[in-house]
Ligand binder design. Sequence first.
Ligand code: GLU
Length: 463
Amino acid sequence: MNVVTRFAPSPTGHLHIGGARTAIFCWLLARHYGGQFHLRIEDTDLLRSKQEYTDSILASMRWLGLDWDGPLNYQTQRTALYNQYVDKLLESGHAYWCSCTPEEVEAMREKAREQGLKPRYNGCCRERNLGPGEGRCVRLKAPLAGKVVFDDLVKGTIAVDVSELDDMVIRRADGMPTYNMAVVVDDHEMGITHVIRGDDHVSNTPRQILIYEALGLPVPRFGHVPMILGPDRQKLSKRHGARAVIEYQNDGLLPQALVNYLVRLGWSHGDQEIFTREELIEFFDGTSLNPAAAAFDPAKLEWCNAHFMRELPLSELAALVRPFAEQAGYDMTGLDDSRLEALCHMFRERAANLKVLAESFAPLLTPAASLPLDEKAAAKNLTEAGKGHLAALREVFAACDFTQEALEAALQGYIEGNGLKFKDVAPALRTALMGFMGGPHLPEIMAFLGKDETLARLARAAA
Ligand code: GLU
């Protein structure tokens, strides 16, 4: 099957998760069928469109791994092309010039409203055969009866009576084509076979189909995905923890986790939750798209990210966490790849994202003298008995090779040799090493810290 899809963001803000999900669906559909995926920048809103947003959207697309085919298209560069199509419609009698002023059109709408009808343009200039002129727009001559029917990939069959659709403006009085006109021309020129977009556009689709039909062009397949809702099933907002893709990136989310999470918001493959990219491409064929709106669940996104962080080879995780460690302000001089990998190995199980992971390294990268000591943990664990063990363990470890295995054996030897239990010793040791009651496996911590730093920590806590 020949599949050509597109993502058509308006650069009036950063890429948000709703847009990202649409882009992912379009990208996957194209990749599944070995087709093409295009990117078009819908920048006709001159007041709100900004190049910085286009750049940010492209950066987010790249970060998500959504590569596009062919050149980028900017709608503002294509006005002449759109107008050629408007001219064709005028020549074929499918469009006409209209001299009604906005005030007159508003009055028609008001009158319709008063009569309990749908507000619409009354077709006043339809048969007047006007030519171009100051203040005149061009309207599509829509059929007067019948239905526009299309089979939506997500929502199933949608039928709209043409009486609901008045003769829409396709070129404004200022010569600019309207949104629906531009989209149809673009989608046709770009050879788009499948238009997948948010269902905030579903009411545009019958209008766009009328333009295709008037131009005698094949109509693509449409799929309208429901909006993503907040956990309270209200409109999704920042208050729900939903943010722009770039903010997730800055927080250290993995792109594969965000892609995986977003794909599952509105699409399913049995009850599988975690997919490799290859699996997504293999399974995503444009079916199993859920017509019901899905709710954003930050906890599940976090779970998904933690999963991918655990699965990643340590070397990759270490490379990804490095900029976050730099940001955290650590002295990076001694932190070569193998030491970063060791830190990742110790802390990744407990971290939901790269930023938190980098921050969790702090106790091991702060020198003994300035390591904060949690007061409660100190009061509870650095008792006389606890300090006694720390002093004795200093002697034991001083004579020890600082590999994890040797430290493990030495600690075990001390516990067993003195008829103790692990819990008699571990809380004091942990408080001494970490400054609080938490953190990874004790011998692994010590092996990482090395002899000098370990002994310094024990000495400080025992004092
Ligand atoms: N530019 C539109 C938007 O950002 C997309 C329109 C479309 O996909 O047809 O909502």
